[in-house]
Design a binder for this molecule. Structure first.
Ligand SMILES: [Zn+2]
Ligand SMILES: [Zn+2]
Length: 315
């Protein structure tokens, strides 16, 4: 099969079709999407070498299984199922896990992938594949609500109007809270506004503008500092960005203001699929371009350009 392979540089290669283990199934990829994590992997994140890609829609082609012939999306963490963390409801933190296209497991930028069948969710018939491919990042947005009680009467700032910020904002919008997306770029703020999302430029914030909950999804090391500066005492700071620079965080402010910091990563697929299928979250305006798999190297070049949101790959 054809696969995008990263071993310090990116190339499309001919590789063997992966063999599913007993509890796994073979999935033929129909759509995949480029995530910031993929762009970070190319810079050395997680030291990953292999086939990247963790956002996908595909068809289960292994015969005789519960999901055979079904259109599916897949959870990316593959835990051991048997350790202390797995047995205490923290499977996405299993120390022996592999992660699709990120750690110890080949991913979705290929004709086929294998995943444990239990990781897969069949997509509702009425859901377009180009929307379903957003299930994984939308689940990450939903995870915030699994972790933090957002009260509808509260004020929330979401820093960053990128791919993830625009999904997170759509989920906050449903909650009824007084949320605002803050961006450094006029184009991004305008894009958010065009989607019916409350948005403004970070530069318009005064020192006294504060929120009860600040979410950092800027993908930049300074994001956390800015978010912290606009948080009320005893407020909650939710971090969705993995590039935070610890040297830039003034932990004295965390102590003095009794701030709660919540790290947030992968989330539940079922609610994300419900939000997409019902149309309550519409990811389609976030798609900047769709490339054929044959042009995936150009797709990666394009995805790294400033202002580009989601780039889909048609397999
Ligand atoms: Zn992702
Ligand atoms: Zn485990």
């Amino acid at each position: 099969m054809k696969a995008l392979f990263f071993d310090g540089s990116l190339a499309v290669k001919e590789v063997p079709v992966p063999e599913p283990k007993e509890h796994e199934v073979l999935v033929r990829i129909l759509y995949s999407a480029i995530c910031n994590t993929d762009l970070e992997i190319l810079k050395g994140y997680m030291g990953f070498h292999g086939i990247p890609g963790h956002e996908f829609v595909g068809e289960v082609v292994t015969p005789g299984r519960k999901l055979s012939g079904r259109m599916v999306v897949g959870e990316i963490n593959c835990p051991c199922g048997d350790c202390y963390l797995c047995n205490t409801g923290r499977r996405t933190h299993c120390p022996d896990r592999s992660v699709l296209g990120i750690f110890n497991r080949n991913g979705a930028f290929a004709d086929y992938l294998v995943l444990p069948e239990e990781n897969l969710h069949s997509i509702p018939d009425n859901l377009a594949q180009t929307s379903a491919v957003f299930t994984e990042p939308l689940a990450a947005a939903v995870e915030i609500f699994q972790q933090v009680h957002i009260r509808p009467a509260q004020k929330v700032f979401i820093f960053g109007a990128g791919k993830l910020g625009l999904l997170i904002a759509q989920v906050f919008r449903l909650n009824g809270c007084n949320y605002q997306v803050l961006s450094r770029s006029e184009t991004s703020a305008g894009k958010a506004e065009s989607m019916g999302i409350n948005a403004a430029l970070i530069s318009t914030l005064n020192d006294t503008d504060k929120a009860e909950v600040c979410v950092d999804c800027t993908g930049s090391p300074e994001g956390i500092t800015i978010a912290l500066a606009h948080l009320y005492p005893r407020g909650k700071l939710v971090l969705k960005t993995t590039v935070a620079n610890p040297d830039m965080i003034d932990l004295n402010q965390v102590v003095i203001n009794e701030v709660e910091i919540i790290g947030s990563r992968c989330g539940p697929f079922a609610p994300a699929l419900r939000l997409l299928a019902s149309g309550l979250v519409d990811p389609r305006p976030i798609i900047t371009a769709t490339y054929d798999f044959g042009d995936i190297l150009q797709a990666f070049e394009f995805a790294a350009k400033p202002g580009v949101l989601k780039v889909l790959i048609r397999h």
